[in-house]
Design a protein around this ligand. Structure first.
Ligand code: ATP
Ligand code: MG
Length: 230
């Protein structure tokens, strides 16, 4: 049976440490209402990726719980968890294979029609059509090479197709030219609609489209407000 999560994420007195001698998150509390877009910012080593990985259950807390719709992630069936929470990593990594295969990773049984619709939804369709073999272009082949911005759009199409209730995005740090930046920004906005999102934001333009900005330092939230307030 498919479980459709609403997407409310909560940290209840979460404590987390990679090693015994150093606590990264000390008694961490946070509530993210379903559908909210959070931009997470803070200096290097603040704990942003750690927080993101706890939501995606790469790790379990040593104390307390991370919950989805009130259910501890540790009590969710792995299949439900993988469907409900998707993490897009910094490198927007593409596997060797066609553009279509790379998008289809979001939903292995997707039809080619669904793949195209996902690409259209995030604004990736036009550039894909312009590649030497369109959707069949091998992303790693000579001539099929795709730019950093295009890689991000492909990974957005993949995530759109997966359609998770909760999206975690560690935004790529690689700089893009202005037209690509605009395309990626538009794609991201489409991807964020109707789901909870936590974005480790490296771009000011991303912070601006968030509902809420969290500033993290030394494993704690030191500021919590709207982009306008901060
Ligand atoms: P950045 O902006 O550089 O990506 P960050 O805010 O994402 O930083 P984290 O990666 O969450 O920070 O790291 C938080 C702390 O945990 C850092 O002190 C880091 O050295 C430590 N840390 C991260 N990953 C591990 C690990 N696998 N093993 C041990 N310590 C780790
Ligand atoms: Mg990080």
């Amino acid at each position: 049976d498919l479980w459709n999560a609403e997407g409310r994420v909560q940290f209840d007195s979460v404590e987390f440490a990679y090693t015994k001698d150093r606590v990264i998150l000390p008694r961490f509390d946070l509530e993210i209402p379903a559908g909210q877009t959070i931009a997470l910012v803070g200096s290097t080593g603040a704990g942003k990726s750690t927080l993101a990985k706890l939501i995606a259950r790469f790790y379990d807390p040593s104390d307390g719980a991370v919950t989805l719709d009130g259910v501890s992630l540790t009590d969710l069936h792995p299949k439900d968890l993988r469907r409900a929470i998707v993490m897009v990593t910094q490198e927007a990594y593409l596997f060797s294979g066609s553009v279509a295969d790379n998008i289809a990773l979001g939903k292995p049984d997707a039809s080619s029609d669904e793949i195209v619709r996902a690409a259209m939804a995030v604004g990736a369709h036009d550039f894909i059509e312009g590649l030497p073999n369109g959707y069949d272009t091998d992303v790693n082949k000579r001539g099929g090479r795709v730019s950093a911005g295009q890689r991000q759009l492909i990974s957005f199409a993949r995530a759109f197709l997966a359609n998770p209730a909760v999206l975690i995005l560690d935004e790529a740090t690689s700089s893009l030219d202005i037209p690509s930046e605009r395309l990626v920004q538009e794609g991201l906005t489409k991807l964020l609609a109707d789901r909870t999102a936590v974005i480790i934001a490296h771009r000011l333009s991303t912070v601006a489209i968030a509902d809420r900005v969290l500033v993290m330092e030394h494993g704690r939230i030191v500021e919590d407000g709207s982009p306008a307030e901060l």
